[in-house]
Design a protein around this ligand. Structure first.
Ligand SMILES: Cc1ncc(COP(=O)(O)O)c(C=O)c1O
Length: 460
């Protein structure tokens, strides 16, 4: 009989911010920089976090666009608890479980058009990866095996697994991992504030969209499987397309029998003021990926939802059709799906999409007010509770600050010091507060940002 082993005493004191303990965990890209002033959260409630030192932060970012229904949401916690008592895991090789079936049916009911068949995974990267595989396998099953190329956009982020990373267009995260997978092409995104074609909306003819048709013609439409886009790009600094952009992409895809995939890992689940950004823009993709807000951070959960005719290609005679060849051990986990069901119930019953629209307008008004006061605000972009600000040295010429100055990072860090969590980058910052945020909380977030900008400008 093996003798029991004592758990090392380290558990009682290894939760500190001392570097000796932080060296045991990879948490983010630049560990040395992070460990100088590590942010370690200890608890959270509503739209607030408290760090291990007891300092309170307004969560202007829903963690990282995840905590849609706020922290410490009792309905979701109780749903997870009940599910834990009943069934916490079921082997995916042998089927699925009741919460997964219920959540798939609820999503099918809520998603626009005939988006109706769902594949669950744990994270965003896994479902964008699945969508890429689905597109390729779909074309193989329907007599177009030569269609394999995926067109996506520069500055995009679709995830860190190899195919989702290959589709991503963010050089800082790609170069270190190259060579990436073959079969991925990139086009320029609709960065209207800095049009890559030197044009101005609305006289531009939406070249950024129409040119994709030329790319497809040049590549040979018989080789292109899918176009993959975030309806509103995040990592390029909140790239909000003109209204015509996504309808043009829909039209191009229909013309060439190419699947249109929306990566709604951030924009989905109410963030833009509708449950899906597909509704905000009035365009139904062939495949829609959601993540982050779906599990609300209560459990890892993401979903790929595809249109009925696509799903039907995977229901064929057993001898000829292998089904959708894609799977992970923890997909459709019952606890995650129970969390997802409770999150959606909260959003629907409390009309949190409506609140995202109202508070989104308030946030925009707040940012516009700051833009009148601070000439370093060059542009304000985004929709609903997903909006950002680009900083410039000169508003007239749109000249950026030197990258080394990292103005957005300075402002974001200052905001953290002042008790506000937001997303920051050298040239921009973004807010994505919980959908439950009140008018007072949105105002408080804008006020802290205002103060933080003032302090950083004064110190320049
Ligand atoms: C638009 C988008 N797609 C995909 C992903 C990848 O999701 P995950 O980090 O959950 O794998 C992210 C993550 O931030 C994202 O923002």
């Amino acid at each position: 009989m093996p003798s029991p082993q004592a758990v090392p005493d380290i558990l009682s004191y290894a939760q500190t911010s001392e570097e000796q303990f932080l060296r045991q965990i990879f948490v983010r890209d630049q560990m040395a920089e992070w460990s100088r002033q590590p942010l370690i959260m200890a608890k959270a409630d509503g739209v607030y976090y408290w760090d291990v030192n007891g300092k309170r932060y307004l969560d202007g970012l829903s963690g990282i666009y995840v905590v849609a229904v706020g922290h410490n949401n009792r309905r979701v916690i109780e749903a997870v608890r009940r599910q834990l008592d009943l069934l916490h895991f079921s082997p995916v090789m042998h089927g699925t479980n009741p919460p997964a079936i219920q959540l798939a049916n609820l999503l099918a009911d809520l998603a626009p058009g005939d988006l109706s068949t769902v594949k669950f995974q744990c994270g965003g990267s896994e479902v964008t990866e699945a969508a890429i595989k689905l597109a390729r396998q779909y074309h193989k099953l329907t007599g177009a095996p030569g269609k394999y190329k995926i067109i996506s956009r520069y500055l995009s982020w679709h995830g860190s697994t190899m195919a989702s990373l290959s589709a991503s267009g963010l050089k800082s995260r790609k170069t270190v991992n190259e060579p990436l997978a073959p079969g991925f092409l990139h086009v320029f995104p609709p960065t209207c504030y800095r049009c890559p074609f030197g044009k101005s909306y609305p006289d531009c003819g939406i070249t950024c969209a129409t040119l994709i048709n030329d790319v497809i013609e040049m590549e040979d439409p018989a080789t292109v499987a899918a176009i993959l886009v975030e309806p509103i790009g995040h990592t390029g600094g909140i790239i909000d397309p003109p209204d015509e952009y996504l309808p043009i992409l829909r039209d191009i895809c229909d013309r060439h029998h190419i699947l249109l995939i929306f990566d709604e890992i951030i924009t989905g689940i109410g963030r833009t003021g509708q449950l899906f950004a597909a509704e905000t823009f009035g365009v139904t993709p062939d495949v829609l990926c959601v993540g982050k807000g779906l599990g609300g951070g209560y459990a890892p959960l993401s979903a790929m939802i595809c249109r009925r005719p696509i799903a039907e290609a995977f229901w064929g005679p057993v001898a000829e059709n292998p089904g959708f060849v894609e799977g992970h051990t923890n997909e459709g986990n019952p606890i995650s799906c129970a969390a997802g069901l409770a999150v959606l119930q909260e959003i629907l019953e409390r009309d949190l999409c409506g609140n995202a629209r109202v508070q989104g307008d308030r946030l925009r008004a707040g940012f516009e007010r700051l833009a009148k006061k601070h000439p370093i605000i060059g542009d304000v972009r985004g929709r609903g509770l997903f909006q950002g600000i680009e900083f410039v040295e000169d508003r007239t010429s749109k000249k950026s600050f030197p990258s080394k100055l990292a103005i957005g990072v300075r402002i974001g860090r200052r905001a953290l010091d002042n008790g506000l969590l937001c997303r920051f980058d050298p040239h921009w910052i973004a807010f994505g507060p919980p959908l439950i945020s009140s008018a007072e909380q949105i105002d408080a977030m804008v006020d802290i940002l205002d103060r933080s900008i003032e302090e950083v400008i004064a110190a320049l």
